[in-house]
Write a protein that binds this ligand. Structure first.
Ligand code: ADP
Ligand code: ADP
Length: 225
């Protein structure tokens, strides 16, 4: 489903973390957000997810204004660093969370959780709590949880940063698979890695000092001299 940000401004005290962001990610489109540390990329994702509240502007999903809708009711798959996992839930229950919230039948929940844990190589850790895992393992569970619900909107903040080469490849494959299985999925993807952005994104948006300074199709960047 389409994600629209209209003049979205987010402030933390006196810090303007995001200033008047206008951005539309079309259904079926993947947009990569590039930019230096502190430029507002994560804040943009958190605003869409509903973890931070804009001081100005509106956010719409499939044309519906969700600016005042709580995060859990937005139906979005999220992998952002500070909101990684629910600490009081075991790994399997973290992955099952969104499926249960959507009232999926028990058998389907079990099957899907097993499938997702298999994908990220975490079956052995199903009964563990997040604090018993390494950072990279937590990241893998967060990806499993986000993809479990086959979301219509997927927000990813450096999802592959803590993973080794094989897992990165598997994960990129899984994202391509999601795009095939949920053709309407809108993906917004924060990365520092240009090649990753080019490999995955239809368009690349560049942020600097809380503002969007450039947005262009990846193909144009490929063609650049
Ligand atoms: P990026 O993801 O591009 O690294 P962020 O969106 O995390 O940037 O941060 C943008 C700006 O907002 C930075 O100046 C950062 O220090 C500030 N910021 C982010 N989150 C908070 C917060 N919870 N409280 C105060 N300032 C914050
Ligand atoms: P608070 O500042 O009130 O302690 P947080 O900043 O931790 O809350 O989270 C803001 C909202 O986002 C809360 O309603 C919380 O339940 C929700 N939330 C936090 N992390 C996630 C997540 N990973 N998935 C879904 N909802 C989350």
């Amino acid at each position: 489903m389409t994600v629209e940000l209209e003049e979205v401004t987010v402030q933390f005290g006196r810090t303007v973390a995001l200033e008047g962001l206008n951005l539309t990610v079309a259904a079926g489109e993947t947009v990569a957000l590039l930019g230096p540390s502190g430029s507002g990329k994560s804040t943009a994702l958190k605003a869409i997810a509903g973890f931070v509240r804009p001081s100005r502007g509106r956010i719409r999903l499939a044309g519906v204004d969700v600016t005042d809708v709580p995060p859990a009711r937005r139906g979005i798959g999220v992998v952002v660093q500070q909101y990684a996992l629910f600490p009081h839930l075991r790994v399997a229950d973290n992955v099952a969370f969104g499926l249960r919230a959507a009232r999926k039948p028990r058998a389907e929940v079990s099957r899907r959780v097993a499938e997702m844990l298999e994908m990220v190589g975490m079956c052995m850790f199903a009964r563990r709590f997040p604090r018993e895992l390494s950072g990279g393992q937590q990241q893998r569970v967060a990806i499993a949880r986000a993809l479990a619900i086959q979301p219509q909107v997927l927000l990813l903040d450096e999802p592959l940063a803590a993973l080794d080469a094989q897992l990165r490849a598997d994960m990129l494959g899984e994202l391509q698979k999601l795009r095939r299985e949920v053709p309407d999925v809108a993906i917004l993807y924060v990365t520092h890695d240009q090649s990753e952005a080019l490999a995955l994104a239809d368009r690349i948006a560049v942020m600097r000092d809380a503002r969007l300074v450039d947005i262009a199709p990846s193909a144009d960047l490929y063609a650049a001299p």
